[in-house]
Design a protein around this ligand. Structure first.
Ligand code: ADP
Ligand code: ZN
Length: 659
């Protein structure tokens, strides 16, 4: 089939539809498409342009990889993630896909080999950095070969007002002019309407069909806890729920990244730092270890993570408040791409609010910029303070309809927070702020206000005669922690504001209505204990979470044996373990306990090429264990525990389906 650029709606023949599904089975070994994948792929295979918005981990890659495999010619993938191209290409080659890349990390000879393969029509996929497309030589090379589809990955990088702008992306608007007959597909996980419009405009894709997937990530459990001693809280969280798991911890500053990584290492959790202040070599080494090793923790600033498609990241933890819901969702989305249970955990407290508000006030940028930053922060605070379902709030933010009954997999659904009438408490705080304002020239933050309410005669209280104020000691009914919670929530609700570099608390336009008793102030009770811990984590052994995730205890040794076998394969080939098989695949293998190669081929993630390469190896590992654990065999002897189906019922693929 030849390209039919500009055509947005084309009927898809049945034979094409089945070819698309057959490619999914044969090459990738997956049973079915997820969400919008099939619609996108059929549209692009038929020659249409597409703009695809899917959450991180939603499965964007297949949307261009399968069209590239089906349409004649090479699929050209534009991606800013140079450091990851080698891994992406390795993963594709392991599937039997003919992939290559051209970027600045290669020497002349390496590049020439790839270019020759492209010109000879021997590549299914060619990855390019966007800056390459500025070079005459690249355009010349591309015009001498045959291109099946252009994929523009991380397409939000074309957005000048977004968080990842790359000037080189602007040149991509030319692709449509140079190659009017080649379909283009732009993909991103940044979902706001403004970004969406900008992508379509700047990439010059007015004809494109738009696919907006559900942004829900049901396997991620969202939790936000009050911050007390964040590093210790993190340690407890990891020890109880994610021992031995891979994960990312985000901090705001380089300094706290370094300190947290040290702290975790000292406490027996293998952790490495990652931030822009480290030299490029160290950064690359730490990223590579994260991808290759099982169970490493990376402590990072937001500089880390874009495009990292490690499927088995089991948790993402935030020790500081992200600046926007977009940022938070993108960062937490790096957890659980394999669909297995994962946690997005954040510790959040009063200082976060004050610090972020201060940053915006003292930061650069004009008034409009500041207002936008303020609005982003307000949405983030609303998420932190909500007493309703967190997932519901997130989905609503991205313009999607949440389940009104709640999700059942976030802290507020699992342990609904209690609310209380905080009107009087709010009035006490605001009255104190009013009185301190009368102290000419002096600036006081939350600490002084709480000390006054609690009637503490600290040095600073006595120095300014604050023990003489009528509000001194009127707040002894709450603890210091509870008062911090009150102040934090007043800030989040816009009933208090922060001013100047010292974080002075001041009234807002809305404060007066509270002081005049014209409105009530419902507040969330601070939970005394950390919120719900999944029932399945009660088994607090030292087993990685991925193993414990819904796998019967008696199958864990087999799972571990397969992981050990996989680690050895990965080491021999110098590729990340997940390039061999994902955890989810190993899990399914031990559940099914296949005894033949065709039966193994029915497992998700075991495609044609992997079956041929590893089939015997996997079966040998299972055999060496002497069959499934005795207790696990069903009475009729057909299936392991929870095995999806009795072996007899499994469709036997045609022999040449897999050989
Ligand atoms: P994204 O680029 O959208 O973040 P990926 O393309 O990396 O996501 O896919 C996320 C994970 O989901 C990958 O591990 C991929 O192999 C897996 N995946 C994608 N599509 C399917 C599918 N239809 N069935 C099973 N697994 C899938
Ligand atoms: Zn919920």
């Amino acid at each position: 089939m030849s390209g039919t650029g500009g055509v947005t709606e084309m009927p898809v023949m049945d034979s094409e539809a089945s070819e698309v599904l057959a490619t999914l089975h044969r090459v990738f070994g997956y049973e079915a498409f997820r969400g919008e994948q099939e619609a996108v792929i059929e549209h692009v295979v038929a020659g249409g342009d597409a703009v695809v918005l899917m959450p991180t981990g939603g499965g964007k890659s297949l949307c261009y990889q399968i069209p590239a495999l089906i349409r004649p010619g090479t699929g050209v993938v534009v991606s800013p993630l140079i450091a990851l191209m080698q891994d992406q290409v390795d993963a594709l080659r392991a599937l039997g896909v003919r992939a290559g890349f051209v970027n600045s990390t290669q020497d002349f000879d390496e590049r020439r080999v790839v270019e020759a393969e492209f010109l000879a029509g021997e590549l299914d996929l060619l990855y390019l950095a966007p800056e390459r497309l500025r070079l005459e030589s690249t355009l010349d090379l591309l015009s001498r070969g045959k291109i099946s589809v252009f994929a523009i990955d991380e397409a939000h990088c074309v957005s000048q007002w977004g968080h990842d702008f790359r000037p080189d992306y602007l040149a991509l608007s030319l692709l449509g002019e140079h190659w009017p007959d080649v379909p283009r597909i732009a993909l991103t996980a940044t979902a706001t309407r403004a970004t969406h419009q900008e992508i379509t405009q700047r990439l010059n894709m007015p004809q494109a069909r738009h696919f907006v997937a559900s942004f829900d990530r049901p396997n991620i459990q969202y939790r936000i806890v009050p911050k007390a001693d964040p590093r210790k809280q993190l340690l407890t969280f990891l020890g109880q729920e994610h021992p031995g798991d891979a994960g990312i911890v985000y901090c705001l500053s380089r300094n706290s990244v370094e300190k947290t990584a040290e702290f975790l290492s000292r406490n027996g959790i293998e952790a490495v730092p990652y931030h822009a202040g480290l030299d490029a070599g160290t950064r690359a080494a730490h990223q590579s270890r994260f991808l290759r090793e099982d169970g490493l923790v990376v402590v990072a600033t937001i500089a880390f993570g874009m495009g990292i498609d490690k499927p088995d990241v089991r948790f993402v933890a935030h020790l500081d408040l992200p600046k926007s819901v977009e940022g938070y969702y993108q960062e937490t989305g790096r957890a659980g791409r394999d669909g297995l249970p994962s946690t997005a955990w954040m510790a959040y407290g009063l200082n976060d609010v004050i610090q972020q508000r201060k940053l915006i006030q003292s930061g650069e940028g004009d008034e409009a910029f500041r207002r936008r930053a303020q609005a982003h922060l307000d949405a983030m605070l609303a998420l932190c303070e909500t007493a309703r379902c967190r997932r519901g709030q997130l989905l609503a933010y991205f313009g999607q309809d949440p389940d009104p009954a709640g999700c059942g997999n976030c802290d507020t659904c699992l342990t609904p927070p209690e609310t209380w009438d905080g009107t009087v408490a709010a009035q006490k705080v605001l009255s104190t702020v009013v009185r301190l304002k009368r102290e000419r020239g002096q600036k006081f933050g939350a600490g002084q206000i709480i000390d006054i309410l609690l009637g503490k005669r600290t040095g600073k209280v006595i120095q300014f005669d604050h023990d003489q104020l009528s509000v001194f000691g009127i707040g002894e009914e709450l603890t210091e922690g509870e008062w911090r919670g009150v102040v934090r929530q007043l800030l989040a609700q816009g009933l208090l504001a922060v001013e100047g570099e010292y974080g002075t608390l001041v009234l807002t336009d809305s404060s007066a209505s509270v002081l005049r008793r014209e409105r009530e102030v419902p507040l969330r009770k601070e939970p005394g204990k950390p919120a719900a811990v999944r029932a399945s984590t009660a088994r607090a052994d030292r087993k990685p979470k991925a193993a414990a995730a819904e796998l019967p205890e008696e199958l864990l040794p087999a799972f571990e044996a397969l992981r050990a076998w996989r680690a050895e394969q990965a080491r021999e080939q110098g590729v990340p373990a997940y390039v061999i098989f994902h955890d989810a695949t190993l899990r399914e293998i031990v559940m099914l306990w296949p005894v033949s190669v065709p039966q193994l081929g029915t497992v998700g993630g075991v495609g044609e090429k992997k079956l041929a390469t590893y089939g015997d190896g996997v079966l040998a590992v299972l055999e060496s264990l002497g069959g499934p654990p005795g207790a696990a065999v069903a009475d009729d002897g057909t299936a392991g525990p929870g095995g999806p189906e009795p072996a007899e019922d499994l469709p036997e693929p045609e022999p040449d389906d897999w050989m």
